[in-house]
Write a protein of this length. Structure first.
Length: 398
């Protein structure tokens, strides 16, 4: 079992008030808006594809560009935030995000849309690893709870994305969905600028890619957890990229009901992640994470065979419960294991790999759906979850 922190240590780390609480709020709202902007795209894909005249494979490629660049920046952003300051990377990333979302809203062609997605990917890539590094700086005794709150904020963004997509498609065109995101992202950047006590630091930094890679890959535990997380990320990005489309095309749901199912994924996550993070502070993280992946695999299987809208929605909720409980448990475990002076870069290096592998997910689903159908594509994801859970179980018992 994880060693429990003292009550005094827990009381010093405020989750909702004081300096630590304000910054946790700011970086969590920023993460929520990043997720809103990125996750509003999947519910809009049918409208975007029709407007720009693109296939499922080309739509999947645009998502892969976004997620791929997002993944590529995880390690550099973490390393830079360790050597410069968290504030420098966080505010800079939010500024780039604003530019990218504006480009998406105005894209007249598929090429411009992909360029906008690339800028969003770069801006988003600069943000989450420094944000998690900042959370780790602020919280030790309550790190699991803090990570639960922070990661759950991304699910709140998913809920907002689904509602925003439904509202925009009913009142305007898909292009209008990105404008409110730009406004709030700019407000968060201003809040971080004012509240953070850190300075902006600009200097040349040795990324030490070789040293970091050797440190992580020489440890068998990290190697197998990385493979497990790659399979999880591949499933996560595949599902979030095409779940609304699958619910419409594969299950015959209306666009509004499909978006409701998509929103349910994140409503459940917003509740499950803080709870899972709290449990992770007290129980075996390996065994708990294995149970979450087993639940996700079984519920995804139920989704594939479900034939009625109520059964489909029940399966989505169960799938979300298992899938969304995994990240805070594993991220708290990893941050506990990394050296303090390199935790941002080490987490970033792992995120670069597993999110990079995961970025191939939307292209995989799009290609398989074009050749066969979405059901065949999603069957492969069940296998990914099962293997991922097995690896975590083996490492957790070691």
């Amino acid at each position: 079992m994880t060693e429990q922190p003292s009550p005094a240590a827990r009381d010093e780390e405020r989750l909702v008030t004081g300096y630590s609480g304000r910054l946790l709020l700011a970086v969590s709202v920023g993460w929520s808006l990043i997720q809103t902007g990125r996750l509003v795209v999947p519910p809009l894909l049918p409208a975007i594809s029709a407007d720009l005249g693109i296939s499922a494979a080309r739509a999947g490629f645009a998502l892969t560009v976004l997620w791929g660049l997002y993944a590529l920046l995880q390690y550099p952003s973490g390393r830079l935030s360790d050597r410069l300051s968290r504030k420098t990377l966080l505010v800079g990333g939010l500024v780039l995000l604003s530019v990218g979302f504006l480009a998406l809203s105005a894209a007249p062609t598929y090429v411009v849309f992909v360029v906008g997605a690339a800028v969003v990917g770069v801006g988003a890539g600069l943000y989450p690893t420094p944000a998690r590094g900042l959370v780790s700086d602020l919280f030790v005794a309550r790190r699991g709870q803090a990570f639960g709150i922070h990661t759950a904020s991304g699910d709140t963004g998913g809920v907002v994305a689904a509602g925003l997509a439904t509202l925009v498609l009913g009142l305007a065109t898909w292009r209008a969905a990105f404008l409110p995101v730009v406004a709030v992202v700019a407000a968060v950047a201003l809040a971080l600028h004012v509240w953070s006590r850190e300075e902006y630091v600009f200097a040349r930094v040795d990324l030490a890619v070789g040293d970091t890679g050797r440190r992580l890959l020489e440890e068998p535990e990290f190697r197998w957890l990385l493979v497990s997380y790659c399979l999880y990320a591949f499933t996560w990005q595949s599902v979030t990229g095409f779940l609304p489309t699958y619910l419409q095309v594969g299950k015959g749901l209306t666009p509004a009901l499909a978006n409701t199912g998509f929103a349910a994924l994140f409503v459940v996550g917003a509740v499950a992640k803080p709870l899972a993070g709290g449990v992770a502070d007290r129980l075996s993280r390996g065994l708990f994470a294995t149970a979450t992946l087993a639940l996700a695999a079984s519920m995804l299987t139920l989704l594939l065979v479900a034939t009625t809208p109520p059964a489909v929605l029940v399966a989505v909720v169960g799938f979300a419960l298992g899938l969304m409980a995994f990240p805070p448990v594993m991220q708290a475990y990893l941050m506990d294991s990394f050296p303090t002076d390199s935790m941002g870069g080490d987490l970033g290096a792992m995120r670069t790999v597993y999110i990079g592998v995961g970025a191939l997910g939307p292209t995989y689903v799009g290609v398989v759906a074009d050749v066969f159908d979405f059901t065949v594509a999603f069957v492969g994801l069940v296998g990914c979850l099962l293997v991922s859970g097995l690896l975590v179980f083996v490492v957790g018992r070691g």
